[in-house]
Design a binder for this molecule. Structure first.
Ligand code: DON
Length: 560
């Protein structure tokens, strides 16, 4: 007995040791911002050094990304924020775009009922009513401590002084240049191609931001900016009117909250599918102790894949804007339902997706959304994912205002069973209706351990967002990686349909794939995708912060 206790003690000790890996990312003591661009992270930090809190920093970082990372950062898009205040209060903000008043279920179908190619993805017809400016003002009204002018000052300085183009940014612009010119013509600001090291200044965006800084939220939704924007979109054949802009409102939502072992995970609720789907995945995995299998072992991959397959099948059928669709959350998230869903799972053989649901599709690769994570010196945390949807959104650039417009309308299900640009199918719950919000996969998430803040995490990646966030949490919690290692580690993805696992390029051997194939898994061959671009913060046991900034992009942790 004594012997057992001794070995038990040793085991516990070993466990404790492995559970606190050495940090490998940036470590700071008080505050941190991790975002897609160093300029944006620095501006967020600057605001906190001036005495602002995480919410003030959120506003500055969000706007700085619109300047430094126009690929996804935006004024013409929308997003979601999950927060946890130092006192433990939690909440979620939905500043998702919505459909214009004239939108209707069949708006992207031709007379034969077929989806019209590109109508929901390119140009003015694809644009949903933007929510970002409403989002930042809502955050400011509820939690802001510094005046908005002071918060926007460094952002306006960034627009005016210009942003240095990185290698990756130049490549992204080059890849999208033709489409941008096709949509906007050759007199657009973006006609001039840029090289790495060039400095881009956006004078018209500077003027727009100044007006917003002077006149507040209504400048964008009811003022001169609203007038210019609605006229511009309509002239280009789109649907958004001044009335649509005037009626837009960001909404506070109760986040999805669930326990996974001794973690408490707080994530975004509908109209994002992120929280519900990640909740289902974790709960389906929980009974198996995935940490007992090695990271990226066949068993760990199988278990995760089978949980994800089932969760995405539910996502596509049941989820949509909760103000329009009845979502049976109680059932979808109940222990007994999820246990039942995994009844057909076996380590011997893959469950074919057509036994879980049906449909066929093709996914495009992309990482055009952006996520940032912030912790302030008081211990407040915000997790924000914001997007134009595709790269540079609809590619429609309003020269007069200086920003791109989203193509978020494509996140609706244009026709039941027909895949959108992320290969996601949808059902009635996500059909188009006036003023409805399109279903999202964005998963800004905050995790508590022992009732304390433990991790702030999120990523872009379209349909792959949910699996990338789940794997990052598991990498730290179950596989004992540091925050930065957890972000660096290669990821894999399965989304029910298509019925195949995609793997990132590095880290998954041919032998591993062959083992999975032998069990009936289909492996997506060909060009390997990038699965997410995670920006996260981990609170270390001694209270210091470790950043995980994704090296797949130019992402950067800055702190003090
Ligand atoms: O809300 C969504 O789920 C999508 N519009 C997100 C798009 C995205 O992540 C683009 N990057 N891959």
């Amino acid at each position: 007995m004594r012997k057992l206790t001794f070995w038990g003690f040793l085991l516990l000790l070993a466990n404790c040791i492995t559970r606190t890996p050495e940090p490998t990312g940036l470590v700071t003591t008080k505050a941190m911002v991790v975002s897609a661009r160093e300029e944006a992270s620095r501006i967020g930090i600057e605001i906190m050094k001036k005495g602002g809190n995480a919410f003030d920093a959120m506003i500055a970082t969000e706007m700085a990304l619109a300047v430094a990372y126009p690929f996804a950062g935006n004024l013409g898009g929308g997003g979601f924020m999950v927060y946890r205040k130092a006192n433990g209060d939690i909440g979620g903000l939905d500043y998702r775009e919505k459909a214009p008043l004239t939108a209707h279920k069949d708006m992207y179908l031709d007379s034969l009922g077929n989806v019209i190619p590109e109508m929901s993805t390119v140009g003015a017809t694809a644009v949903g009513v933007p929510g970002t400016v409403a989002g930042i003002f809502e955050v400011h009204e509820k939690f802001g401590t510094l005046p908005i002018k002071e918060i926007l000052e460094p952002v306006i300085a960034l627009v005016e002084n210009g942003v240095v183009v990185t290698e990756k940014q130049a490549r992204r612009l080059e890849n999208n240049w033709e489409k941008i010119i096709k949509v906007n013509g050759d007199s657009t600001f973006f006609f001039n191609q840029c090289m790495p090291g060039d400095t881009i200044k956006y004078p018209t965006l500077g003027r727009t931001l100044r007006r917003i800084s002077e006149n507040g939220r209504d400048e964008f939704y009811k003022g001169e900016t609203a007038k210019i924007l609605a006229a511009f979109i309509q002239k280009r054949g789109g649907y958004i009117t001044e009335e649509d802009l005037a009626r837009y409102e960001a909404k506070w939502r109760q986040p999805i909250v669930f326990n996974y072992k001794d973690l408490r995970i707080i994530s975004m609720s509908p109209p994002s599918s992120g929280g519900v789907t990640i909740n289902q995945i974790f709960k389906m995995i929980e009974p198996y102790d995935i940490g007992d299998y090695a990271l990226h072992s066949p068993k760990a991959i199988q278990l995760f894949t089978e949980a994800a397959r089932r969760a995405y099948a539910d996502r596509n059928y049941y989820l949509g804007d909760p103000d329009f669709a009845d979502i049976p959350l109680d059932v979808l998230l109940s222990q007994s339902y999820l246990k039942g869903r995994m009844k057909s799972f076996s380590f011997e053989q893959a469950t074919p997706s057509d036994e879980v649901g049906h449909g066929t599709l093709e996914i495009l690769e992309s990482n055009e959304t952006t996520h940032y994570s912030i912790v302030d010196p008081q211990g407040n945390a915000v997790s924000v994912t914001t997007t134009l949807n595709g790269a540079y959104g609809s590619k429609l650039f309003c020269d007069e205002l200086g920003f791109f417009l989203n193509n978020q309308m494509d996140d609706f299900s244009a026709k039941p069973g027909v895949p959108n640009m992320f290969g996601l199918t949808g059902a009635e719950a996500n059909s188009i209706a006036p003023e409805k919000r399109m279903l999202s996969s964005m998963t800004p998430t905050i995790v508590e351990k022992d009732d304390k803040l433990w991790m702030v995490v999120g990523t872009p990646g379209g349909s792959r967002i949910i699996t990338a966030v789940a794997q990052t949490i598991l990498n730290v919690y179950e596989f004992n990686l540091s925050m930065q290692e957890a972000v660096n580690t290669p990821r894999f993805h399965h989304q029910w349909l298509p019925d195949s696992i995609s793997f990132e390029k590095e880290g998954f051997s041919r032998a591993l794939k062959d083992k999975l194939k032998a069990k009936g898994y289909q492996i997506k061959e060909g060009k390997a995708p990038i699965i997410g671009k995670v920006d996260a913060i981990l609170v270390l046991p001694d209270g210091r912060l470790e950043g995980g900034a994704d090296q797949r992009g130019d992402d950067k942790a800055v702190g003090f």
